[in-house]
Design a protein around this ligand. Structure first.
Ligand SMILES: [Zn+2]
Ligand SMILES: [Zn+2]
Length: 254
């Protein structure tokens, strides 16, 4: 009886080992890129494990962000993270799914279908998706411009941004794009109180995981259409305030 049990256990163990071996590292890496938002803040900020970044930037045809916005994004990453081996941006398009309204789960499904870059030994991968259609959380008086949903993933609702930018009374396209892109990256960096410990108490109690400084990039309005009015007097995206900066520095960033 004991022997039989031992044999069964061995068999189970062997088949488990085999399946582990045949799937190699890829499955493990996919799991590493599907964790909760903010949980990889230190990995993105520091060079403890990951020495470089690859940004897989994918857009639905017709909804490509401005090159100036991509440049601003790389500058923001360079200014706040330690990646001695560099930041590589890989841009490509995919066809529209023809969907008008996306839930976060729909957006995650698109990533599952199309993402090719996952963390490797010392290179961390980020998925940045620019979609057509709109968020299912849009309401008549508030629209969602972007959402960070996993530890290395965010979506920008580019069709919504295009509808709100570049008329005479609206902010420039790249200014609005840059503000929303950097804000969503800020969430991946653990702001505010989202995986990066606060050095001072500055979380907005009415809008959790956002900063209470109205002039900070991580103020809640930066990812909603309310951002428009705040951008009317400026030509650059709002920077991080001193409190958010202190949080990043304490968690391995700069
Ligand atoms: Zn936010
Ligand atoms: Zn702040």
């Amino acid at each position: 009886m004991k022997l039989k049990l031992a044999l069964i256990l061995t068999a189970v163990f062997l088949s488990f080992s085999c399946s582990q071996d045949t799937t190699t590292d890829s499955k493990q890496n996919i799991v590493n890129n599907r964790q909760t938002t903010g949980s990889s803040a230190n990995d993105i900020l520091s060079d403890n494990t990951f020495k470089s970044l690859v940004i897989e930037l994918v857009y639905v045809e017709g909804f490509q962000p401005r090159q100036a916005s991509i440049d601003n994004f790389v500058t923001f990453l360079t200014n706040h993270t330690y990646k001695p081996n560099g930041i590589d941006v890989q841009v490509r398009s995919i066809p529209s799914l023809g969907t008008e309204t996306y839930s976060t789960e729909d957006i995650a499904d698109i990533e599952r279908e199309n993402r090719t870059q996952y963390n490797t030994k010392d290179k961390l991968a980020i998925w940045a998706f620019f979609t057509d259609g709109k968020s299912d959380k849009d309401e008549s008086n508030s629209v969602v411009l972007g959402t960070a949903y996993w530890n290395t993933s965010f979506v920008i609702f580019e069709e919504t941004i295009q509808g709100l930018s570049n008329s005479p009374i609206e902010p420039s396209r790249s200014l609005l794009e840059s503000t929303v892109i950097n804000h969503e990256l800020g969430h991946l960096l653990g702001l505010t109180n989202l995986g990066t410990d606060m050095q001072t108490d500055h979380e907005d109690t009415n809008h959790p995981k956002h900063c209470n400084d109205e002039d900070c990039l991580m103020y809640w309005e930066a990812e909603s259409a309310a951002a428009i009015s705040n951008l009317s007097n400026t030509s650059t995206p709002p920077p991080l305030d001193a409190q958010c900066l202190a949080d990043l520095k304490a968690n391995g960033g700069k």
